[in-house]
Ligand binder design. Structure first.
Ligand code: 13P
Length: 242
């Protein structure tokens, strides 16, 4: 059976104090969530220590937002596997569109980061998705197929989560129709060699649309930006009504 993974991507939000305040509200609100739902908070690097210390023994998993492929070296501004695994981190977001768009991430570096994450026992959350222009030009399918083909070379699909995040739906309030997200996610699954890879939808997921999104048969979870910043809204997403 495929795992359900509901992950919050905090992006460049939350100081340590703010992360702690979030946890105070959030942890009790998700106590009753069904056991088979994996709850993940992907914080900025500086909040990982606070998350790790305060989530010890909790069911809530911690994720990072990037990982370099070398163990150490002259790579100013990067972070390595051993630096992340010092904290009890299970997941790492790789290839987010914001990194591809603004920080020169390519399919080649995404592939190196995915393999590095797995070498260190972390489960990468690989993000794929098209721009508005690519969608309008009818290139959605071919673009995503190409991303998967390049990104997944040598990657162990038994230790992987994929997030379909149409770029035009990120932070815009413009959610992809859940049936369309379901279709693209089905297409992604048809390209995989391992049938049980959890595939999330991401892009303007909110308390008001999560139930409908999770009702889609191909969708195994969500990668949530803005709505993961407030304890009440992210808890409502985790506690979606099936
Ligand atoms: P929003 O939920 O803010 O649209 O962000 C989605 C996202 O990029 C998650 O990684």
């Amino acid at each position: 059976m495929r795992k359900i993974v509901i992950a919050g991507n905090w992006k460049m939000y939350k100081t340590q104090a703010e992360a702690l305040e979030f946890l105070l509200g959030f942890t009790t609100l998700v106590n009753e969530a069904p056991d088979e739902r994996e709850i993940v908070l992907c914080g900025p690097f500086t909040a990982l220590g606070t998350l790790s210390k305060n989530l010890h023994g909790s069911r809530i998993r911690i994720g990072a937002q990037n990982i370099h492929w070398e163990e150490s070296g002259a790579y100013t501004g990067e972070i390595s596997g051993p630096m992340l695994t010092e904290y009890s981190i299970r997941y790492v977001v790789v290839g987010h569109s914001e990194r591809r768009q603004y920080f020169g991430e390519t399919d080649e570096t995404v592939n190196l980061r995915l393999k590095a994450a797995q070498r260190h026992g972390l489960t990468p959350i690989l993000c794929v998705g098209e721009t508005k222009e690519q969608r309008d030009a009818g290139e959605t399918e071919s673009l995503i197929m190409m991303q998967l083909e390049k990104d997944l070379v040598g990657v162990d699909q038994t230790q992987l989560v994929i997030a379909y995040e149409p770029i035009w739906a990120i932070g815009t309030g413009e959610t992809c129709e859940s049936s369309e997200a379901n279709r693209v996610i089905g297409l992604i699954r048809s390209q995989l060699t391992h049938a049980d890879v959890p595939i999330q939808y991401g892009g303007s997921v909110k308390p008001g649309n999560i139930d409908e999104i999770m009702a889609q048969p191909e969708i195994d979870g969500a990668l949530v930006g803005g709505a993961s910043l407030e304890p009440e809204s992210f808890a409502r997403i985790v506690n979606y009504v099936a």
